[in-house]
Design a binder for this molecule. Structure first.
Ligand code: SF4
Length: 388
């Protein structure tokens, strides 16, 4: 990694060669643990001096090897992630921490474990509701995770180390939110594409290095004179995983994407872990309640017997109202990765919610390949014509 690069150019360099730093750290004796989903509590890895590395897909990589293990009509992102693993692209990993955040994630984790032989592999089961008993169960799952990590590292997961890790990861969340404040001006001071590069760089670095990168980037962006141009619309994109600059570029050809509500954007950085007597309590609460992925079912009122649709929409999507107002968003795109049921189920209600706020929105489906970019461009341009 060249030292002369700082901020945005460093983020781009890492984005283009994500595994380089992890390989350097491995050569220096660190253990690298892969994770496919942002629901995995990274603080528990950091506290044991393990380096978390998000195993992402690559839309430029045609899926071949994964055909041996996963059906075609299956989450294209999980197929792609597994394909990259089976092609040895993650051969520097010492293990994987996986989680039941969706059924494709669960199925893929089982296949991934049986097709690879990492020294460490753990699967965390995760409830889909936020009920008190679900929180208790999730906490017990994190306790099992702690046990296997301690056995693998032959170290105790001490409360001090865990609280220090929570502090660093909360700092990272605050810095990413600060970065997103810089998309509020018109034109925004940083583009959606640049933020995709920064966030994807963060998920390949130890948290402290990521925080340094963010601090550099924020100060650079605040003082830059070569920021993005003002475009015809200020978009919010709501999706599962939008972590590729070629996809973001399709939107930013004619619009400013000021909020990427996906795992390649703000999703994993909203809120912060509370400090609790037993740190696993705070971790379970944060990861189950605060991360706004469609896989989690939120009832307006626990145990309700009669549906109140408006209150139901508010409990599921209410967090978007403030964003739309503060970021002056005038268009929303619900971007669905084909075969992603949790997000597909939410789309009709989310459309109603955007309508209730008077925000024009459109629903677009694609399959996480380069072949999808041209039709995606046609759909995006057609939508922008209707709102400009
Ligand atoms: S969209 Fe949801 S399930 Fe998929 S990686 Fe993100 S948090 Fe995990």
């Amino acid at each position: 990694m060249s030292d002369k690069n700082k901020g945005l150019s460093k983020a781009q360099e890492i984005y283009l060669n994500r595994s380089q730093r992890a390989r350097e750290l491995k050569a220096a004796g660190k253990k690298i643990i892969g994770y496919p989903c942002v629901y995995v509590p990274l603080e528990m890895l950091t506290a044991l001096d393990l380096v978390p590395y998000q195993t992402c897909g690559d839309i430029k990589e045609p899926v071949t090897e994964a055909d041996r293990a996963l059906p075609h009509s299956f989450c294209p992102i999980m197929r792609n992630c597994l394909d990259c693993a089976l092609k040895g692209k993650n051969d520097f990993l010492d293990g994987m921490a996986t989680i039941h955040s969706s059924d494709p994630q669960e199925k893929t984790a089982r296949v991934w474990e049986s097709y690879t032989n990492y020294p460490y592999f753990h699967f965390i089961d995760m409830p889909i509701t936020v009920r008190p008993e679900a929180l208790e169960y999730f906490k017990s799952q994190l306790n099992d995770f702690r046990k296997t990590l301690e056995a693998f590292t032959e170290k105790k997961l001490s409360t001090d180390k865990l609280e220090a890790a929570i502090k660093s990861h909360n700092q990272q969340r605050a810095l990413v939110r600060e970065l997103y404040e810089l998309t509020k001006p018109s034109p925004p001071l940083i583009s959606g594409t640049e933020i995709v590069q920064v966030v994807k760089a963060l998920t390949s670095l130890p948290v402290v290095e990521g925080n340094d990168l963010l601090t550099e980037t924020i100060s650079e962006v605040k003082n830059r004179t070569d920021g993005p141009e003002k475009k015809s619309a200020r978009l919010l994109i709501w999706s599962s995983t939008l972590d590729d600059t070629d996809i973001m570029q399709v939107f930013e050809a004619k619009a400013n994407v000021v909020m990427n509500e996906s795992c390649g954007g703000i999703r994993a950085y909203r809120g912060g872990v509370k400090f609790t007597a037993d740190p696993l309590e705070g971790l379970a609460d944060y990861y189950l309640n605060e991360i706004t992925c469609a896989r989690t079912f939120r009832q307006a009122t626990l145990g309700e017997t009669r549906k109140d649709y408006a209150r139901d929409l508010q409990s599921r999507f209410g967090y978007l109202k403030g964003i739309i107002k503060e970021w002056k968003i005038n268009g929303a795109v619900m971007l669905l990765v084909r075969y992603c049921d949790p997000f597909a189920f939410e789309m009709p209600s989310l459309k109603d919610y955007f309508n209730s706020l008077g925000v024009p929105s459109t629903y677009i489906e694609y399959d996480y390949t380069t072949g999808a970019l041209a039709p995606l461009r046609t759909r995006v341009e057609a939508f922008l014509e209707t709102i400009s």
